[in-house]
Design a protein around this ligand. Sequence first.
Ligand code: G6P
Length: 474
Amino acid sequence: MNNVLVASNRGPVSFTVSDDGELTLRRGGGGLVSGLSGVAKDDGVLWICAALSDGDRSAVRLAPGGRIDHAGYDTGPLRMLDIPPATFHRAYNAVANSTLWFVNHLLYDIPNAPLFGTKFEREWESYRDYNGAFALALAEEAGHEARVMVQDYHLTLTPAMLRAERPDLRVAHFSHTPWAPPEYFSLLPDEVAREVLEGILGADHAGFLTDRWAQSFMDCCEALLGAEADRVGRSVTHDGRTTRIGVHSLGVDGAALWERACEPDVESHMTALKEQVGDRRLIVRIDRTELSKNIVRGLVAYGEFLGAHPEWHGKVVHLAFAYPSRHDLPEYREYTASVQRCAQQIEDEYATEDWDPLILNVNDDYPRSLAAYRMADVLLVNPIRDGMNLVAKEGPVLSPRCALVLSREAGAAAELGPHALLVNPYDTSGTAAALHDALVMPEQERRARRDRLHAAATALPPQQWLAAQLDALA
Ligand code: G6P
């Protein structure tokens, strides 16, 4: 039986299966996994996640009781749940990623979406089943009065379900995303909105990355449930139970990241990048190709900057790394195509025989990303809305002189804002002007700002983030 458990949709590793049936293990991606992987493994926490692919399902079937670590992989205690593919698809793609993610990041094209009809009822049923599978596995694995940390929008119903099964447990829920204001959250069907809020309130502690998202959650509980929110003591009381609300920012482990970024594979990418761009200045962005990351407006802003500043032609290169994400969803495939179209327009308009103004790369390559961070003069992070954004924190750790152009709608702006150049993510002209300001920022100022960004980015490494949440359940 386990004393500390973590539950999340994506686990620390994933498997791919080759034609000859062999399984290969890779580390998982995304903010949640980057933050939790090291600490969970080191502290012997049991991690429960879903099998996401055929490779994962094959691995689960070969592992006794779904325990991947018992099948000889060096993962730390890890159980993967083999949820029926159709149920998983509806819960993950249709509800979590196409609905709850869209609501909390304000991503809907409102005249056309959302549309909640009978199809959605079926999808919601699957989301309940998927949350139920996690609640069941946690109830099976948790020791008496164990502490359980349920992660993110995929698992909003699990805390209440788990409490019904195992009232002895101490349960936390953590949202890695922003939280929508009530007017937008109530786009959801009333019953669904209520179930999501009451699901999270089934926890003893509900955590958020910034005060802004915690306040929005409390606003929703007041407006939609008629719950009582204590803004000063940070808690919500509903149906006779009180859930504490916590704000736990997540930063990076600066020393570990720096060590990784000094390995030979990163150094050789740096050499290759230097050959490619020469001594030109570098504006870097690194994202999943995710609607909320606002890559298209970022490229439009770079185009506007080039239009307004011919003196920079031939002297700057924009490295845009946009890795594939959620390609099961048509919106994401279309978005990837717009990113590529937009990049092509910039190429067509500005490229010369000896100058490539933009290098767009869509293949995931972690060491190459680390190399780009190290060489960045400017880091562009302009999401429409983001729970935190770890790229904004990793960049200043690895680059000795990068200036950060940062969206005011990223959670990270709460801590990094004073030392960054803040932009409105919809304002491409304002973003273009900030890119210029960042490029011409005097050396002394950019180094001083970078040092303050570095300090803020590493103030709360994942170890502390995890410890603070466990303490909150003590
Ligand atoms: C965000 C979410 C994580 C999620 C990640 C990647 O960071 O908060 O929970 O794992 O995006 O999402 P995906 O489902 O594409 O792995």
